[in-house]
Design a protein around this ligand. Structure first.
Ligand code: HEM
Length: 128
C-alpha cells in the first residue's frame, strides 16, 4: 500500500492538515503570517497539495508554492518552526515512524522554494 493510502487517503491527510493548522496559527513565532488568511481555503489547498505530494491522484489546483509564499519573505527559522510543528503533528498521528520520516523528507525538499520564494527567479509555472 502506498504512503498516501497508509495515511488514510484524502481524509487522513485532511486530518493532519487541520491539526497542523491549529499549531501553526497558535504559534507565537509564525502564527502572525496567517492573520489575514482565509483558513478554510488555505487548508483545502494544503490538503490538495499534500495529497498530491504524498502520492494521491488528485491534482493540486492552488498557486505554486513559490507564488503562495513569496509575499511573506520567509526565513530559514520560520521554516524550522513549521517543520517542528509538522513533526509534532506526525508524532501525535498513527503514521509509522518510517512514514513520518518520509513525509518530513518530502517537505524538507521544499525548503529553498519556500524560503527563497521571493528571489527574482521566483516566477515559475511549476507546482513547486
Ligand atoms: C514545506 C513547507 C510548506 C508547504 C508544503 C506549504 C504549503 C502551502 C500551500 C499548499 C499553500 C496554499 C497555496 C494556495 O493558496 O494556492 C500555502 C499557503 C500559505 N503558506 Fe505555506 N507551506 C509551507 C511552509 C510555510 C511556512 C514555513 C510558512 C510561514 C511560516 C507558510 C505560510 C503560508 C501562508 C501565510 C499561506 C497563505 C498565503 C495566502 O493565502 O495568501 N507556509 N502553503
Amino acid at each position: 500500500m502506498a504512503l498516501f493510502q497508509r495515511l488514510g487517503g484524502r481524509d487522513g491527510v485532511e486530518a493532519l492538515v487541520e491539526d497542523l493548522a491549529v499549531r501553526v496559527r497558535e504559534d507565537p513565532d509564525i502564527g502572525h503570517y496567517f492573520d489575514e488568511v482565509d483558513e478554510v481555503e488555505l487548508n483545502r489547498h494544503r490538503t490538495m497539495f499534500f495529497s498530491a505530494l504524498l502520492g494521491g491522484t488528485e491534482e493540486y489546483g492552488g498557486r505554486t508554492i513559490r507564488a503562495a509564499h513569496s509575499p511573506f519573505r520567509l526565513t530559514e527559522s520560520d521554516f524550522d518552526v513549521f517543520i517542528r510543528l509538522i513533526t509534532l503533528t506526525l508524532a501525535g498521528s498513527s503514521a509509522s515512524p518510517r512514514d513520518q520520516r518520509s513525509i518530513l523528507r518530502a517537505l524538507e525538499r521544499l525548503r529553498s522554494t519556500v524560503v527563497h520564494a521571493s528571489a527574482p527567479e521566483a516566477i515559475s509555472r511549476r507546482v513547486v
